[in-house]
Design a protein around this ligand. Sequence first.
Ligand SMILES: Nc1ncnc2c1ncn2[C@@H]1O[C@H](COP(=O)(O)OP(=O)(O)O)[C@@H](O)[C@H]1O
Ligand SMILES: O=c1ccn([C@H]2C[C@H](O)[C@@H](COP(=O)(O)O)O2)c(=O)[nH]1
Length: 205
Amino acid sequence: MTINGKTTCLEYFSKTSNIEVLTEPVSKWRNVRGHNPLALMYQDPKRWGITLQTYVQLTMLDRHLSSVSAPVRMMERSIFSAKYIFVENLFRSGKMPEVDFAVLSEWFDWITTNISIPVDLIVYLQTSPQTCYERLKQRCREEEKVIPLEYLESIHHLYEDWLIKQTSFPLPAPVLVIPADHDLQNMLHQYEENRDKILAGSCLL
Ligand SMILES: Nc1ncnc2c1ncn2[C@@H]1O[C@H](COP(=O)(O)OP(=O)(O)O)[C@@H](O)[C@H]1O
Ligand SMILES: O=c1ccn([C@H]2C[C@H](O)[C@@H](COP(=O)(O)O)O2)c(=O)[nH]1
């Protein structure tokens, strides 16, 4: 999901030795050579969706390919969720022209056919759109103030189709589902309970 506690979870595990944590490169999406493609996309998705998602695809690929510095790597999101969820959502909601979707898809297909992107486990922090909406307001990131609940509902359905029903796109790895509508204390307890499974190697979505 989006805005559901991924960074908070990674911060928790980053305190464990032998784990390398790679957070999402969102600071790059907010500032590429002085431009803010994340803000532009939310202001006018039809015009700027392709711009943001091209850059997301590049920066996620860069994260996947960066050299490993610990026995276990935990990564926030992936090149797969960028394509299967966010690009798909823009396209299906009529906010991405067909030609932009086609070009992004060609890039994605080329990358995933020609470059090995191994993922061992997907950890799905499963949250309701309402919870994400509350956390969005709590975090109060300037670019995201325009996000309506309906946007989070669409993203949620795409995630559920992909990771739970498993009816939409191929899964690059098995899925571990952690219900994540709970308060922080409860979440930390669940992370401890799932620690061994998670440390088998994971990618947070
Ligand atoms: N379990 C939780 N209960 C309540 N608030 C939370 C919880 N986990 C995270 N938050 C808060 O929600 C907001 C978004 O969390 P964050 O970890 O940044 O999400 P993400 O990385 O998925 O966007 C932050 O303000 C964070 O402090
Ligand atoms: O491919 C993507 C990935 C993310 N986003 C947006 C969604 C959020 O506004 C930010 C960061 O995501 P978090 O879940 O808060 O970490 O980036 C996107 O538009 N496209």
